[in-house]
Design a protein around this ligand. Sequence first.
Ligand SMILES: *[C@@H]1O[C@H](CO)[C@@H](O)[C@H](O)[C@H]1NC(C)=O
Ligand SMILES: *[C@@H]1O[C@H](CO)[C@@H](O)[C@H](O)[C@H]1NC(C)=O
Length: 391
Amino acid sequence: MTPRSRPRRSRALTMNKWMTLQIGGAEEKRMERRGWMIVAIVICLIVNSSGRELKVEVKHTHHHRHHHHMATYNHTLARILVEYASAVYLSDLTELFTWTCSRCNHLTKGFEIIDLIIDVKRCLQAFVGVAKDLNAIVIAFRGTQESSIQNWVEDLYWKQLDIDYPGIDNAMVHHGFYSAYYNTTLQPGVVNAVEKAMDLYGKIDIIVTGHSMGGAIAGFCGLDLSLALGEQNVQVMTFGQPRIGNAAFASYYSQVVPNTIRVTNGHDIVPHLPPYYHYFPQKTYHHFPREVWLYSIGFGSFSYAVEKVCDNSGEDPTCSRSVAGNSIPDHMTYYGVQMGCETSGTCKIIMDPRISAFVRKDLDGNLVLSRVPFAPDLKLITELADQGSAL
Ligand SMILES: *[C@@H]1O[C@H](CO)[C@@H](O)[C@H](O)[C@H]1NC(C)=O
Ligand SMILES: *[C@@H]1O[C@H](CO)[C@@H](O)[C@H](O)[C@H]1NC(C)=O
């Protein structure tokens, strides 16, 4: 065991009282029943898995030695990125493509979309563009469009770690989140757009963001791009994302994409899901670091906002895990910015015929709205932008 891994494990054994706060009623009862039987098994698991985790760390340290600076939280940047994560929910593709949407005209003004990528069948959406003020390529993924966020959240309780993360010993992830990125039009679409952006702007920074399920997808994208691009700075910031993998995966992830901030808000339920069972520290879901927890102290006009930068474990018991994850409203607003779609329900696409020159459709009906390599008709784009939401 390295000195680094020891405190984490011993803390996991003594976390019972925090976990009791965190988990919901049903889980709590179930765990109460099985609790004592499991303790013995857990000790075996911990002893067993320590060696394996160490192996993961050693194996990848050499490939990513340039990455060893940890993420530092930047409030200004978070305020900007949350607006991108909010905008990508909108379904009017004309307004997004021309960056004239109602959520596009504040801190993200002047953003230049390279590609807008829509997986029509699965109702997934992402954009890749260049933010000149950040000197960065920004990639944002939309969260779920399901008619009931309540249903989606309830389903999260039962998500299994049901697929091995390829090439990494013992690393497991949730198949649905994994394949939403890797097995859809998103992955090739994003990689292609990033290449085009780099052709135009050089090797500038890459920032990946998303809210809720969009945050889960952003995590996989950040990992994918970090592995593909090596030396280039890839940064990930997510808002209210669920857990996506187990401890071995989180450990691997944090080696490859150390520049990651995972923002959680108050009692937002989603970061508590799928549940983390402290009896199985290596076998259940485990967040990757680094969490920044937003909460408020006091009440009424005497309350003020706190932004707590959490420890490097991914599961800091003094951050969002110190409270019950029981709020959907806390999930829907980050930094005062509305997340989610304007109207819940149908997965719709709104598009003005005048941008059809920029649209490519694949055999499955998926869309890419692309500024490049189609001859960028800047006049048309400018005209559309001028007309703005009147379209
Ligand atoms: C935080 O981010 C903003 C926006 O990118 C940048 O202008 C500022 O310099 C950053 N602050 C620090 C301390 O890095
Ligand atoms: C990818 O998608 C195809 C068709 O949608 C499916 O048959 C296949 O099992 C999926 N693979 C993974 C790894 O999800």
